[in-house]
Write a protein that binds this ligand. Structure first.
Ligand code: HEC
Ligand code: HEC
Ligand code: HEC
Ligand code: HEC
Ligand code: HEC
Ligand code: HEC
Ligand code: HEC
Length: 407
């Protein structure tokens, strides 16, 4: 995976800062968890779960949001090229006071200059940024697009001019972070807006986001170091299939549904439909590849005829197993298929002989597809830059082999 240098350096340094800044000298967290006493905080898990913790730190769940600290940014080089809009105004990435800014120039005059404060997205595919303005976060107009190794207009932003006023709401944090405290304030006669408490943010998707509050678990095992049976901890494996899927579907069934309440409160064993309003329109829509992994998988015969869950193929603690690892999983079930065996052989021999990339199971049966809801554009808006994802509807596709996006 090719990461741009700016992201890599920032990622690594910030991550270590974020992980250890909350620890006192004894390695115990020095601050209380903003979610309340039931939560122990991620640092407490390290002592007993080193291996899981170590692999987790490389996962994109861990890196999907972070605060950009001033001290780290002086190690990065800003882009030198200005980004022009249709009206010839431009945004320039500038460095100053140990921070990075996106500055807007209209007719040669600087009109806005907003600091990079928070990054959303691991940068696996893209990363977008936000800047604090009092208690609100405003999205910056330029996002980083990894496959281009370049900046692009943020998704849904106009090509005519730069936009700096789009508010990032707490809903983004519900899927890209572990917590943020919010308050509603009257912002007009008929309008309310959110005030976010920046000190309450827990960046990344932490252990307790998936496993539920763990204070009692930690306390018990500290007091009973010899106990090998986990106490006060839901075993995700022992949940029924629907509930196991729900643990992931909280964030992987799309961001277009209305929520009944913040999904921060979701705990393993909870029922997803208590958090989202039913989507009565869903039957008439083809689920988008962005965010709708649950629905797409549900349309597959592999899923319908087995007890498959997300964990059949994914271990959420690691970086992903690579193409060969996923193909091995397909073969766990498709060893009887002469077609699959033939295709497997072909992919391998061609690879060895010419080094050429032959389509594999994933290219033909889980092809990359462009999202219809999220896409980026270049500076004039003339060129649409698609956001490609693997469809989770495993099926036979006619001419949809898309290998060009593979790295
Ligand atoms: C003092 C030691 C200790 C601490 C701290 C600790 N655990 Fe555990 N945990 C255990 C032991 C012992 C087990 C059972 C053996 C095993 O699976 O490693 C366990 C098991 C688990 C399991 C597996 C449950 C199952 O049945 O599948 C999960 C999940 C878990 N812990 C999560 C956490 C999280 C999250 C944290 C941090 C908030 C944490 N633990 C902190 C000792 C600890
Ligand atoms: C994105 C959701 C997610 C996050 C984040 C997460 N886990 Fe897990 N964890 C799972 C799932 C799902 C399983 C069950 C996997 C299985 O049984 O194959 C699991 C299993 C475990 C187990 C028991 C099995 C094993 O692999 O040893 C432990 C212990 C554990 N997690 C600890 C942690 C700790 C500690 C963290 C944070 C550093 C963490 N988890 C973060 C989803 C998550
Ligand atoms: C709290 C929200 C949340 C939960 C719960 C969650 N995910 Fe995710 N997941 C995300 C987000 C956000 C991303 C995108 C991360 C990025 O690249 O910035 C992601 C990315 C992924 C990826 C791609 C990883 C990669 O390396 O690119 C996989 C696979 C995945 N999730 C599987 C799961 C599974 C399986 C579960 C359930 C055990 C789960 N997720 C639970 C929010 C969540
Ligand atoms: C319902 C959960 C959900 C919500 C709400 C959500 N996202 Fe995401 N986002 C995801 C998932 C899941 C992925 C990765 C996989 C995909 O695109 O399907 C993702 C991917 C991304 C990525 C690309 C990460 C990468 O490198 O692959 C960015 C950037 C991003 N989201 C920003 C945002 C912003 C900003 C908001 C708020 C306006 C937001 N998201 C709201 C779930 C969500
Ligand atoms: C847990 C077992 C299991 C796993 C893992 C699995 N499948 Fe399947 N798959 C099935 C079953 C069962 C069927 C339906 C019977 C059949 O067609 O063989 C099926 C059907 C299919 C079909 C035919 C679909 C159709 O609509 O006609 C394709 C193609 C396929 N699988 C590809 C894959 C690929 C590629 C992978 C890996 C990414 C995979 N499967 C992983 C069990 C599985
Ligand atoms: C049959 C295997 C299989 C199952 C089951 C499965 N996935 Fe995937 N998933 C894959 C493969 C293969 C990829 C592509 C990985 C790659 O390109 O590195 C992928 C990629 C992803 C990504 C990254 C986005 C992208 O397009 O690269 C997310 C997010 C994800 N899966 C979430 C889930 C969730 C949530 C579930 C359960 C609802 C799930 N997956 C079930 C095989 C599976
Ligand atoms: C070049 C594209 C291509 C590749 C690569 C490919 N398939 Fe297929 N596959 C197809 C097509 C087309 C069909 C439908 C053919 C038919 O009905 O005879 C199919 C049918 C299937 C079926 C249903 C019929 C059966 O034989 O059971 C399964 C399961 C399947 N593929 C699995 C796999 C697996 C697993 C791999 C990787 C080892 C793979 N395929 C690689 C194109 C491909």
């Amino acid at each position: 995976m090719q990461y741009p240098k700016i992201l890599l350096v920032v990622c690594l340094l910030i991550f270590s800062v974020a992980l250890f800044s909350k620890c006192g000298s004894n390695g115990q967290p020095s601050t209380k968890d903003p979610r309340g006493d039931a939560y122990a905080g991620m640092q407490t898990c390290i002592a007993c779960h080193q291996d899981v913790f170590a692999s987790y730190t490389h996962s994109n769940h861990a890196k999907t949001s972070w605060a950009i600290h001033d001290t780290v940014l002086d190690k990065t080089a800003p882009s030198t090229r200005p980004f022009y809009f249709q009206d010839s105004s431009r945004v320039v990435i500038e460095e100053g006071n140990d921070s990075l800014f996106q500055s807007y120039f209209v007719n040669g005059r600087k009109t806005v200059s907003n600091q990079f404060d928070i990054a959303f997205g691991s940068g696996e595919k893209a990363q977008t940024y936000a800047s604090w303005q009092k208690d609100q976060l405003l999205q910056l107009p330029l996002s980083y697009y990894s496959s281009l190794h370049d900046w692009a207009n943020s998704p849904g932003f106009p090509a005519s001019h730069a936009r700096f006023e789009r508010v990032i709401v707490s809903r983004c944090f519900e899927c890209h972070a572990s917590y943020v405290e919010k308050e509603f304030v009257q912002s007009g006669p008929l309008a309310v807006s959110e005030k976010l408490d920046r000190n309450s943010i827990i960046y990344g998707i932490d252990c307790e986001r998936c496993h539920g509050p763990a204070s009692e678990h930690v306390q018990f095992h500290r007091e009973h170091p010899a106990a090998k049976t986990p106490m006060y901890m839901v075993s995700l494996r022992s949940l029924n299939r629907r509930r196991q899927l729900d643990v992931c579907a909280v964030c992987h069934s799309g961001n277009d549904q209305a929520t009944q309440r913040a999904v921060f409160g979701f705990r393993p064993g909870d029922t997803l439909s208590n958090f989202y309003y039913p989507d009565f329109d869903a039957r008439n829509k083809e689920p988008d590849v962005h965010g709708k992994q649950l629905q797409l998988l549900g349309m597959s015969r592999c899923y319908q005829q087995t007890g498959m869950t997300c964990m059949t193929c994914h271990n959420p603690h690691d970086e992903g197993k690579g193409t060969n690892g996923y193909i091995a999983t397909c073969m766990n079930c498709h060893r009887q298929s002469s077609h699959a065996l033939e295709m497997l052989k072909e992919t391998r021999t061609q690879d060895a002989r010419s080094g050429m990339q032959r389509p594999d199971c994933l290219d033909c049966h889980m092809p990359l597809q462009a999202s219809k809801t999220i896409y980026f554009s270049n500076s004039t808006g003339a060129k649409v830059i698609p956001y490609y994802l693997r469809t989770h509807r495993i099926a036979v596709y006619k001419d949809s082999i898309q290998t060009s996006q593979k790295e």
